[in-house]
Write a protein that binds this ligand. Structure first.
Ligand code: EPU
Length: 416
């Protein structure tokens, strides 16, 4: 298994270019199922999760290629609407094929994703929505089987604003008969990006980005050509990298308007965060001040940046409270950060981080994608050498992370 060897203590300086968003590319690739023919998605990061989504479509009979950030998804030959356990277990976002398959083929068999390192993560809202749209849902042998002649529009309310749930039902509704209303919908930029993809296919969607989305179903959709939005979580991770190493990074291709919560909190720590025409420029300024964060659905502070921000707070001057409200178990990085000398107490979804003057290099183990980013950031700031094990988690969501870090001056090396 590959690991990352990092010699900490180098302030990162220079320019980094952010890749297209993983969490926008995944639903866009699934959306191609809604039309027969070749859709084209630009700005796609070459990541394990993206390739898994491609493989998933391929085993259904579609063709998928990804080269130089350009994905071509040809669904003309798609005839087997099944998402097998072997693929779904490696990537929960596989569930995004459920809505499009049910809408276009009237049947779908998708393995039920299990729990994962960050929480139980049920898909009951996805299933409730499809049922209200007229699908018959059965659970059999660990699979969800959805059947419907043609889905029909419905008024749906989410108890929690679920990102992939909103995406799944938006895609299903695009081909349903009649109007679907999604209330308390997720508002993430990836939802807006998917709405734009669907509009390029001929869908009628209003309100994406707000909590009420209205979709008027159409009889047929056509393949799309679209550019995925830049990855705001990758951008936020490099922003924290600048702050934690006392560096100065120009984050090109970042969309500052998608990073408001993170930028505000970083400024409170003392970092300089400037919107420039070229992107976001972040400059660290000595030891960070302690700041509290509470993760929330967008536009709140993203749960996907909680672990990285915690790494920064480990070295802050003072105590900070980190309250995770989106996923009940997203603190797997805490014991690993402690191995580097962090002082963190954890109780009931809240971590209290008592800042220490310096972290010390150590061997640490990545447990999930964002936890691995947090450990890499801590290692970049720590005194001495660290080894981050199980780096395959990082490869699921960060395109060429260590190459980008090395270009900014980091001493990082991938070893077998
Ligand atoms: N939830 C339910 N029932 C459902 C759906 C969600 O109870 O049917 C709960 C979840 O358990 C969680 C909350 O609702 O407590 C919000 O979860 P959400 O459904 O929004 O998460 P997701 O769609 O599974 C996406 C991202 C995650 C990101 C979350 C939150 C993709 C492919 N994944 O997951 O990204 O953390 O939204 O913003 O878009 C990552 O990239 O590292 C990652 C985990």
């Amino acid at each position: 298994m590959e690991k990352l060897l990092i010699k900490g203590g180098v302030p990162l300086k220079g320019t980094v270019t952010i890749s297209g968003s993983k969490n926008a590319s995944l639903p866009a690739i699934a959306a191609a199922i809604l039309a027969g023919g070749k859709s084209v998605l630009r700005g796609v990061p070459a990541l394990r999760d993206v390739l898994t989504m491609g493989t998933l479509l391929e085993q259904m009979g579609a063709r998928f290629s990804l080269e130089d950030s350009l994905a071509e998804i040809d669904t003309a030959g798609l005839k087997n609407p099944v998402a097998p356990y072997e693929l779904v277990k490696t990537m929960r976002a596989s569930v995004l094929v459920l809505g499009p398959l049910a809408a276009r083929y009237g049947r779908a068999k998708v393995s039920l994703p299990g729990g994962c390192a960050i929480g139980a993560r049920p898909i009951n809202f996805h299933l409730m929505g499809l049922e209200k749209m007229g699908a018959k849902i059965e659970l059999e042998g660990g699979y969800v089987i959805a059947k419907a002649r043609r889905l029909k529009g419905a008024s749906l309310y989410f108890d929690l604003p679920t990102v992939t749930g909103t995406e799944n039902l938006m895609m299903a509704a695009a081909l349903a008969k009649g109007v679907t209303i999604l209330e308390n919908a997720a508002r993430e930029p990836e939802i807006v990006d998917l709405a734009e993809t669907l509009q390029a296919m001929g869908a009628k969607i209003e309100g994406a980005g707000g909590s009420l989305i209205e979709i008027e179903g159409v009889d047929e959709l056509k393949p799309y050509s679209h550019q995925a939005v830049p990855d705001r979580i990758e951008a936020a991770t490099f922003a924290v990298a600048a702050a934690i190493t006392g560096g100065d990074i120009l984050i090109k291709n970042a969309r500052p308007e998608h990073l408001d919560a993170v930028s505000i909190k970083l400024r409170e720590t003392g970092a300089e965060v400037k919107k420039t025409p070229a992107g976001l420029r972040v400059k660290g300024d000595g030891r960070p001040r302690s700041v509290n964060i509470t993760t929330m659905p967008y536009p709140g502070f993203p749960t996907d940046v909680q672990a990285q921000f915690m790494a920064l707070m480990c070295m802050a001057d003072g105590n900070s409270m980190i309250n995770e409200t989106v996923f009940e178990n997203r603190f797997m990085h805490v014991p690993e950060l402690k191995r580097m000398g962090a002082d963190i107490e954890f109780q009931g979804g809240v971590a209290t981080v008592k800042g220490v003057p310096a972290l010390k290099g150590a061997q640490v183990m990545a447990t999930d994608l964002r936890a691995s980013a947090s450990l890499v950031l801590a290692a970049l700031a720590a005194e001495g050498e660290s080894v981050v094990h199980r780096i395959y988690h990082l490869d699921r969501g960060y395109e060429q992370m260590e190459k980008k870090l090395v270009a900014l001056g980091a001493q990082a090396e991938r070893i077998k």
